[in-house]
Ligand binder design. Sequence first.
Ligand SMILES: Cc1cc2nc3c(=O)[nH]c(=O)nc-3n(C[C@H](O)[C@H](O)[C@H](O)COP(=O)(O)OP(=O)(O)OC[C@H]3O[C@@H](n4cnc5c(N)ncnc54)[C@H](O)[C@@H]3O)c2cc1C
Length: 532
Amino acid sequence: MGIISKVHPVRSHSNAAQGGINAALQPEDSWESHAYDTVKGSDFLGDQDAIEIMCREAPEEILHLEHLGVTFHRNEEGQLGTRAFGGASAARTYYVADITGQAILHVLYEQLMKHEEVERFEEWFTTALVKDDAGRIAGAVTRNIRDGSLELFSARAVIVATGGNGQLFSPTTNALICTGDGIAMAYRAGAPLMDMEMVQYHPTTLAGLGLLITEGARGEGAHLYNAQGERFMEKYAPNKMELASRDVVSRAEQTEIDEGRGFPDGTVALDITVVPRKRIHEALREIVNVGRDFAGVDITREPIHIKPGNHYVMGGVKTDINGQTGVPGLYAAGECACISVHGGNRLGANSLLDTLIFGRRSGQHAAASGRGLPVPEPAKAELAAEREMIDSIVSRERSGRRVSELKAEMGAVMDKDCSVFRDEGRLQGALEVIKRLQEEVTTVAVDDKGSVFNQDVLGVLELQFMLDNAECTLVGALERRESRGAQFRTDFPERNDGEWLKHINLTANGDVPAVSFSEVTMTQWQPEERKY
Ligand SMILES: Cc1cc2nc3c(=O)[nH]c(=O)nc-3n(C[C@H](O)[C@H](O)[C@H](O)COP(=O)(O)OP(=O)(O)OC[C@H]3O[C@@H](n4cnc5c(N)ncnc54)[C@H](O)[C@@H]3O)c2cc1C
């Protein structure tokens, strides 16, 4: 058993999670309420069987983490304390100040050290998944970043847990490593992707840089104002106000900005000064630093300018409730997977939960399904093909643009034309740019010709993965001719349950992905009008 990660595991993007993790653990709360909020948050596109599992198992998971050593916030009475979060009908977000992800990831990594049977391949970069002749997953080709050697790993089962793809967009809240590698590798191996058009724009990010100001700020009571001093959420979500779901708040902000009621820098204001200073320093200390270091603003004394920014992908590799994809032996879990618990819009603090609950389930299922099977012998040809591909990138002389320039063009067009508001013309235009970049990337060269920590060459591989992701995002967004969750089509502004209460699946098929549909699983909640 082994874990491969292209960075040291505690540097995974989960480390950046600030606000918290949801569970209905308070006596007056219930898993049904958590599940209903999640279903409503998803704009009824989430699969309710998976949502039920996640919300039922959440309380146990929080206690488990606490017992492992995660120092969750405790209230004055010494009990686990919660904070309010968007789209939730009860305060059910457990947190460690605003470094919840870091706290959880470090504790889990410590626990991993106890298990000597699990080998760790830290700073190894997987370039491709490999199948056997029968079409079952047989392993992966992986590059040791330290010395550039390429190895063929054989495995009875592979779980892709490679995180999100926020780097398709510029700016984004996501770390530089969030390049959708696993989504693209699974897609290339024949696994269908689902709901790739569903991309979350978080309501409070810094303009230009894309840095996140946690939803915890609004959870603690912060308000949003336009440049005219109006608390504009009154118009859009009179009941939940700033704590409506993220798609709703981001659309409201973008509308204010587009209609000329924002600030000249294309932002609105987040006023955290309404939260007592002592509480800000206790519960939001990391964003005090972010405000000071990256915006020159003391958030305890003055409002900070923010705007909607790319944050999360609800879509990903289609899986069942045990993490199985369409390829035998291949599993997916975490942000790269689409089970789907988040449907059209993820609720804040439901993602860490998703990674834990379905990470465990896929691990258990993969272990059980592989038990007793012979260790497969993946075809050596794959290794040779990957080696040749990388050698050809390294040996090419530079004649055109750099990888960074191609990436910047992709990020800009995705952010301009595939963000909060979309329409056919702009999506089509963006797809043409992505298609052109897919051509151009095949001739791109690198300056670093060495083998030790050659990030340059990995940048090319990541860009190729990202372009596959971008293409699928745009194809899904063009296909879905309605507005639901994070997908708002100005040319189809209504949700259309009659035609579009279904998942969009994309399968690799030569030049353009093949489109098919699958049903949304419903258990107890029928679609209804969504108001906050
Ligand atoms: C700034 C920020 C704040 C957030 N705050 C919250 C929050 O408060 N609450 C919440 O619930 N959610 C939050 N989220 C979302 C949540 O953190 C993520 O969705 C979740 O942590 C993703 O976890 P993951 O395990 O799927 O992926 P990651 O944590 O991104 O891990 C992916 C792993 O895959 C490895 N990998 C990727 N590609 C390769 C490759 N080619 N070869 C080898 N290894 C590879 C990486 O090295 C890494 O170890 C936040 C996200 C961001 C960006």
